[in-house]
Design a protein around this ligand. Structure first.
Ligand SMILES: Cc1cc2nc3c(=O)[nH]c(=O)nc-3n(C[C@H](O)[C@H](O)[C@H](O)COP(=O)(O)OP(=O)(O)OC[C@H]3O[C@@H](n4cnc5c(N)ncnc54)[C@H](O)[C@@H]3O)c2cc1C
Length: 234
């Protein structure tokens, strides 16, 4: 049995691929699938990023899979960039905004349809490697052949397996994202803000979701944040 921990995009896709390939696989998610999504939900079309990725087949495969799941909320055609709260420039940008919660639910359901087992509200606790691999989820101990750490950052599974990345909080951006309703935004344009006041060492965004709804958020890096900065008032 292969245990996948975490039903984010990585774990859900791995769960589906392994189930489809005929492996015995179980997905453990601490919440319900798609229940707590913190994300701007912006997905670039492959043409925007293919130069960055040497092997294009998986990129197009993943994008076509997302398209087949019918989770696009609106199509993005433009990126507007603001510097220190003033409009600076805009350029063409091809992408979609997705309903990520629905995407994860649909993807996991495909894995279940292929014979994978889903355990929701099943939180990884600990790991023993010898004499055999055993993982504890809530109060249950499971025998496993492999375990896949798809539990995001910081990964409890990686830590339990002594595979920590060595990154500290200073290497990462701290982010917030709120869904806002009844907002007047151009539904084909994403707005990005670079400003030491609003998002120190990072950027802020307004990403339309269609129907007068938008994801509004910001990410900043701790070493650039001055005393008194308040992420919510920002
Ligand atoms: C504010 C914000 C905005 C973003 N906006 C975008 C965007 O617009 N476009 C984009 O492409 N990317 C965006 N991202 C990045 C994107 O969300 C991540 O890259 C992606 O979610 C990472 O996927 P993952 O599967 O590796 O991990 P995660 O999505 O973090 O999933 C990890 C899963 O593991 C589960 N888990 C954790 N611990 C345990 C445990 N002990 N036991 C069981 N389950 C556990 C969690 O509940 C979670 O479901 C954004 C990120 C943030 C924070």
């Amino acid at each position: 049995m292969i245990g996948v921990v975490g039903a984010g995009p990585a774990g859900s896709y791995m769960f589906y691929l392994l189930a489809k390939a005929g492996f015995k696989v179980a997905l453990h998610e601490q919440h319900q699938v798609g229940e707590r999504v913190v994300c701007g939900e912006l997905v670039p079309k492959p043409c925007e990023i293919e130069d960055l990725i040497p092997d294009k087949a998986p990129l197009y495969g993943a994008f076509n899979l997302m398209s087949s799941l019918k989770v696009w909320l609106c199509e993005i055609k433009e990126m507007e960039v603001y510097l220190n709260e003033r409009f600076w420039t805009s350029f063409g940008f091809q992408g979609y905004v997705m309903d990520k919660s629905l995407f994860l639910k649909n993807l996991v359901q495909m894995g279940v349809d292929e014979g994978g087992k889903l355990f929701e509200r099943s939180r990884f606790q600990s790991l023993t490697k010898h004499p055999t691999l055993k993982a504890k989820f809530n109060d249950n101990v499971e025998n496993l052949d492999f375990i896949i750490a798809a539990d995001g950052y910081p990964s409890s599974v990686a830590k339990a397996a002594n595979l920590e990345s060595g990154y500290t909080l200073n290497d990462w951006a701290l982010c917030v994202n709120q869904r806002m309703f009844n907002v007047n935004v151009n539904e084909q344009a994403v707005k990005i803000y670079f400003s030491a006041k609003v998002a120190p060492g990072g950027f802020a965004w307004i990403i339309p979701r269609g129907g007068k709804c938008a994801n509004v958020g910001l990410g900043g890096r701790m070493k650039y944040v001055k005393e008194g900065f308040n992420v919510l008032t920002s």
